[in-house]
Structure formats: C-alpha cells, structure tokens
Design a protein around this ligand. Sequence first.
Ligand code: ATP
Ligand code: MG
Length: 278
Amino acid sequence: PFPSGAPAIFAVAAARLGLDSGFIGAVGADAFARLLQERFRQEGVDATQLQSVPGYATAVAFVAYAGDGSREFVFHLRHAAAGAVAIDALEPAFFDRVQWLHLSGSTLALNENSREAARRVLSLAQARGGLLSFDPNFRPELLAQAEALTIFEPFLEAAALILPTAAEAQLLTGFEDAEAAGRALLARGARLVGIKRGAAGAIFCTADEVVRAPGYAVAEVDATGAGDCFNAACVWGLQQGWALEKIARFATAAGALAVTRQGPMEGVPTMASVLKLL
Ligand code: ATP
Ligand code: MG
C-alpha cells in the first residue's frame, strides 16, 4: 500500500517545495494510519491536526488503470475515519499560522460531517487572513454531478486559487473552451485559475492574462498525484509573487515529475528536481 489521498499528496508536495505544511484530517489506529503518520513525519508535514478516531478504520482507495490512461477508483472513505473528523477537536491556534488552506472536492464529497469540517477550517483560516486554494477533484464514484455543483459552489466563491482539470472546468461552468471556463471561474472571485490538461500541460487565467503552458516531455508511469503536485507548485509561485509565466512553467514541471514514478506520492518532486527540469 502507498500513503495517499489528494490532500495528503498536496501536503507532502508543499513541504518538498519548501513550504511550511500541515495536514487536517483523521485516521484510525491501524497500520494504514501509521503508514501516513510515518510519511508525514519523514516529510516534515505538521500532523498535529491529524486526528486518530477510535473505532474507525483508516480510509483506503483502490485505483484501476485502463489501457487508454483512464482510471477507476474504489473508495472506502465515507464510513472510515476520514469522514469522522471531530470538528470540536480542531485547534484554532493551528490556524494562526495558516496563510493558505487547500481543500479538495473529494473531501467535500465524503459526507455532511466533512463538509461541516471544511466550512469550519475555512472560517478559521479566513478569519486570520488565510487564502483558499480549491481543487474540485470531482470523483463520479463519490458524488453525482448535480450534487457536486451545489456542494462546490460556496468553495469556488471563497477561493483565491481554483485548480480544476479541463473536464472539471467544463463541468463547473458549462464551457468546453478552457479560456471561457477560466473566465467564468474567475468571475466567482478567484485571482488565478489553473486548468490542468495532463500531458498537454495547463492553461492559466487571471483577470489580465492567459498563459498556455505546454506539458514537459516525460515518460508517464503513474499519473495519480500530478494534479496535487501542480497545485502545491501554484501556491508556492503565488507565495513568491512570481509572474504568471513563471508560475506556469514551474507548476507544469512539478506535475510532469510526479508522473514519472509509481505510487501517488512517491514521485512528488523536490525543489531541486523541479529546478533541474526547468
Ligand atoms: P490527479 O487528480 O491524479 O492528481 P489531475 O487529473 O488533477 O491529477 P493532471 O492534468 O493529470 O491533473 O496533471 C496535472 C499537471 O501535471 C498537468 O497540468 C501537467 O502540467 C502535468 N502532467 C500530468 N501528466 C503529465 C504527463 N504525462 N506529461 C507531462 N506533464 C504531465
Ligand atoms: Mg485532480
């Protein structure tokens, strides 16, 4: 088994790029919990808000890869510890240090408790000036499309940074054209929208600029996790105050490196490896 989960991959990717990173969530008291806890420890991810919930199994996911590159997931999340975060046990003081809160739509898809936890951490972060980055990470295995649109909307409106795939951008806006979809997402209030296009790279939209970044030529071994590395790299670039062109090259390089290793977070790039590819 590999330690995984989109938010966990993001947390590790942020840490490897040099950001001070922490994870909010819940595990059980089994070997899979220890796998994740040990990885966070190795990577320097603050796990003080990683709760251990008695009586629940740690969430697991299975992924099947089809020959055409598509994936199918089997999730055991909803009734696992991941869906049972104890909201009252979250420490408000943790959020004093949070400049960016990253949320994945897959978390919102779990159950009402997860959505309530997300609303709570968002209000804790925003009250302290923290910004939201949001990846819809729409998984049809977890949520129907119509329900996803309703559930995601308040988070799209709260986000400074929206990071969908091209398919998700279309689902959220109705526009097939990525630039039109990007503009529609910016209209929700974001300052940057980064639309992920797998091997084809990404399209970045701000109010004044559109940057189309081609994909780096790499040998793809396992695409899972590329989006989360890309996301963390975008946050890094914004934190540095970089120009859009530079963020685009950096984030697409981080995503490309992630696909070169088997395992969801095994290929998470370090800052040195991204700089080497650039
Ligand atoms: P996941 O949800 O599995 O983390 P995603 O579907 O959200 O991934 P992708 O579009 O697969 O996101 O990947 C994110 C970024 O990583 C892309 O925009 C691209 O820049 C880079 N990338 C992904 N796959 C490849 C590839 N095969 N070759 C080069 N770059 C890639
Ligand atoms: Mg994704």
